[in-house]
Design a protein around this ligand. Structure first.
Ligand code: NDP
Ligand code: GDR
Length: 371
């Protein structure tokens, strides 16, 4: 019998990598996607299977984390062995703009999944992975952060995820469910959403290198993050649900890097050395040297400036995780280092932007639907 997995947030970065991973492991994968006025399945289109074909192993359902009856119906229909609850309004800065919705989808949404499994009498069958986050640590209490570091959430997103974290623990203890939190530190990839800082940087560097854009703007350059590759992290999601006991796990690389250094490394990929001048909101980055003839940027050109609109009302300054428990008990270590991650993202964004450059050179103009 093939194992059956249900993934919420299947159209997101992690949902896409996890689907690929589980299909390779011969699972039948069910995914929940939201109805949208435009297609929102770009990341998983290559895995799509025509509903008219028999014996499909990747099946999509319309659903939403804010709709209990929908979630109960899907779980009843699918009878999953494993649920990966990845759906969330996942942007920390945006959560300050939509705090109530974030609480509903990210916090209560998790409760809806846990309670649906209980209501349907699936406590002993269905294992649940909850996408918890290093944002729970928020204001620095301890460095590096482990499974026992106290939480101090610093955004509506983190507060909602803290509710979800403890609900997962509570359902595990109250109803003896195999429900686990993966406390994942930042993980990125070419599939990362375009408004998260790493992808914003790699896209902008590719565009600036190819002459499609002059400069770009960021917020706090001093924040430090522990960045891994999403491919390594979805493998661990699966490992968490194969463990003998349900537990909570920190997943991280153990190395931290300031945003400023990520920018430098991304520009280095196109042969450009940067110099940062000024400080605070007046800080800018200018080209110090450009050695790659394919990306001819003028020395002295300003390519980055700080825009305070990207500052957050409360910031998480420093994240660095200690994944010793995952290493010792499950044998997990990240295979992909930061330089390799940046290379992967840069290569992908350069390819994307070269397409745009080609269209521009060929005189292609965006369709104007209103003319
Ligand atoms: P993404 O933002 O790329 O994906 C989020 C997914 O959730 C998308 O499929 C989105 O759908 C879906 N979604 C959002 N709101 C709802 C809703 N109300 N109902 C149903 N689906 C919804 O996030 P990631 O893949 O990066 O992250 C996956 C999970 O892991 C998230 O819960 C995130 O908070 C958490 N996390 C992520 C980390 C990271 O560094 N990436 C680190 C730690 C935790 P749509 O495509 O339609 O928008
Ligand atoms: P984060 O990721 O908040 O850690 O949450 P993000 O990439 O958005 O920010 C990282 C840091 O970069 C600083 N920053 C900027 N961020 C964005 N998005 N845009 C900017 O222009 C910018 N300039 C500076 C931020 O202030 C911050 O300090 C991600 C999400 O995936 C969450 O869902 C997940 O839980 C955590 O990672 C772990």
């Amino acid at each position: 019998m093939k194992k059956i997995a249900l993934i919420t947030g299947v159209t997101g970065q992690d949902g896409a990598y996890l689907t690929e991973f589980l299909l390779k492991k011969d699972y039948i994968v069910h995914g929940i996607k939201r109805r949208s006025s435009l297609f929102n399945t770009d990341r998983i289109d290559h895995l799509y299977q025509d509903p008219h074909v028999d014996n499909r192993n990747f099946i999509m359902h319309y659903g939403d984390m804010t709709d209990s009856t929908n979630l109960i119906r899907i779980i009843k229909e699918v009878q999953p062995d494993e649920i990966y609850n990845l759906a969330a309004m996942s942007h920390v800065a945006v959560s300050f703009e939509v705090p109530e919705y974030t609480g509903n989808a990210d916090g209560l949404g998790t409760l809806r999944i846990l309670d649906a499994v209980r209501l349907l009498g699936l406590e002993k069958k269905t294992r649940i992975y909850q996408a918890s986050t290093s944002e729970l640590y928020g204001k620095v209490q301890e460095v590096p952060q482990t499974e026992t570091t106290p939480f101090y959430p610093r955004s509506p997103y983190a507060v909602a995820k803290m509710y979800a974290f403890w609900m997962t623990v509570n359902y595990r203890e109250a109803y003896d469910m195999f429900a686990c939190n993966g406390i994942l530190f930042n993980h990125e990839s070419p599939l990362r959403g375009e408004t998260f800082v790493t992808r914003k940087i790699t896209r902008a560097v590719a565009r600036i290198g190819l002459g499609l854009q002059d400069k770009f703007y960021l917020g706090n350059l001093d924040a430090q993050r522990d960045w891994g590759h999403a491919k390594d992290y979805v493998r661990m999601m699966w490992m968490i649900l194969q463990a003998d006991q349900p537990e909570d796990w920190v997943i991280a690389t153990g190395k931290t890097t300031p945003i400023r250094d990520f920018v430098k490394l991304a520009f280095k990929h196109i042969g450009v050395t940067l110099q940062f001048v000024g400080s605070g909101v007046d800080e800018v980055a200018i080209v110090k040297e450009a050695t790659n003839p394919d990306y001819q940027l003028q020395v002295g050109k300003e390519v980055l400036a700080v825009d305070p609109r990207y500052f957050r009302p409360t910031e998480v300054d420093l994240l660095i995780g200690d994944a010793t428990k995952a290493k010792e008990k499950l044998g997990w270590t990240p295979k992909i280092q930061l330089e390799e991650l940046i290379e992967d993202m840069m290569q992908s964004d350069i390819k994307l932007m070269e397409k745009e450059q080609l269209l521009k050179k060929g005189g292609y103009k965006t369709l104007n639907y209103y003319e």
